[in-house]
Design a protein around this ligand. Structure first.
Ligand code: 8YV
Length: 324
């Protein structure tokens, strides 16, 4: 039997690539610049499978030039760059990678919180700049112990952050579309969104980007937070109105922000946010460990190979068109 024709839109971890290579003829976009549909259209015309990074949206324009697609897989849990109804209309199952990145992403979110609170990154800059001298003190941080953490979006990653916070002596509250009745969430107290904003000392955002959550943190929301509040975003940049965040930080309406995700992404080096002293930004590395990125690539490759063989994907977003 011939090999399946598969388009890969970006870099792919070796473990995933090895799985695909066995069964597929691969057309891979290897440039660092993001591809446009026109760059891939010749390959997409023949492709039966699409292994897509978040470097190109999956939309009507792309699907229209890929009439033979049987399956799409993406090594990411968030699928805000994918038009799921458009895939479903064409009966194309879309696989994401939930589960395998939960603990890794929670580590980063909690790490950002801890780093910002205790100024670890500023301490390192201080030492490197030769400022560690007798009698000279760098600005103090704040404790986590005894404080309240508010988690916005209590899914699997939120629960994993909650466990870490509780082990550090924090009280955990959360807001979600609805209260969760399961054990993990029971150890945290449910709050309405506005109540959480007013009560939390630290806010960690982990909600998926949807039409409802886009821009859910704007001027009004920052105004409701404590002036001592720390704001951590490990979800998607567009959940936050960037200008409003800039204003809240510049005017000290809130104390500090630590971001794994920004809008835009990547954040240009001359962006106004980066002129502030009360912010820490890292380049979207929530799932970026070698182990986890390999697991994500392998799960995405497994989904793709299953779909190509007409078998059910392991983790399918649009179950109604998954193979049976
Ligand atoms: C991805 C992420 O690795 O899974 C997600 O939704 O945000 C990250 O873990 C990133 O989007 C690159 O694919």
């Amino acid at each position: 039997m011939g090999k399946y024709k598969v388009v890969v839109t970006g870099r792919i971890m070796p473990a995933g690539l090895a799985m695909l290579k066995e069964h597929c003829e691969i057309y891979q976009w290897e440039q660092t610049a993001r591809p446009r549909v026109a760059d891939l259209s010749e390959w997409l015309r023949e492709a039966e499978g699409l292994f897509v990074s978040t470097n190109i949206p999956v939309n009507e324009e792309l699907l229209a030039v890929a009439p033979r697609l049987k399956v799409i897989a993406q090594p990411a849990v968030g699928y805000d760059s994918v038009d799921i109804p458009a895939c479903t209309n064409r009966k194309i199952p879309f696989g994401n990678t939930p589960g395998v990145l939960v603990e890794t992403t929670a580590e980063l979110a909690f790490g950002l919180l801890l780093t910002a609170a205790r100024r670890i990154h500023e301490g390192w800059d201080w030492v490197r700049a030769g400022k560690w001298q007798p009698g000279v003190l760098m600005p103090f941080g704040v404790d986590l112990y005894g404080k309240t953490l508010g988690i916005v979006g209590m899914g699997a990653i939120g629960s994993a952050v909650a466990r870490r916070a509780q082990a550090s002596g924090m009280k955990v509250i959360y807001s979600n579309r609805k209260p969760r009745p399961d054990q993990d969430a029971l150890k945290a107290e449910y709050r309405l969104f506005d109540e959480l904003l007013a009560e939390a000392d630290f806010i960690v955002v982990l909600t998926p980007l949807t039409a409802e959550s886009r821009g859910m943190f704007g001027e009004k929301e920052f105004a409701k937070m404590k002036p001592t509040a720390y704001f951590i975003n490990a979800a998607r940049g567009a959940v936050v109105d960037t200008q409003a965040l800039y204003k809240a930080l510049a005017e000290k309406q809130i104390a500090y922000a630590a971001l794994d995700v920004t809008d835009p992404e990547p954040l240009p080096a001359d962006h106004p946010l980066l002129t502030l002293s009360n912010i820490l930004v890292v380049p979207h590395i929530g799932s970026a460990t070698t182990e986890t990125r390999n697991k994500m690539a392998m799960l995405a490759a497994e989904n793709l190979l299953l779909g190509l063989a007409g078998k059910p994907l392991v983790t399918c977003v649009n179950q109604e068109v998954n193979y049976r």
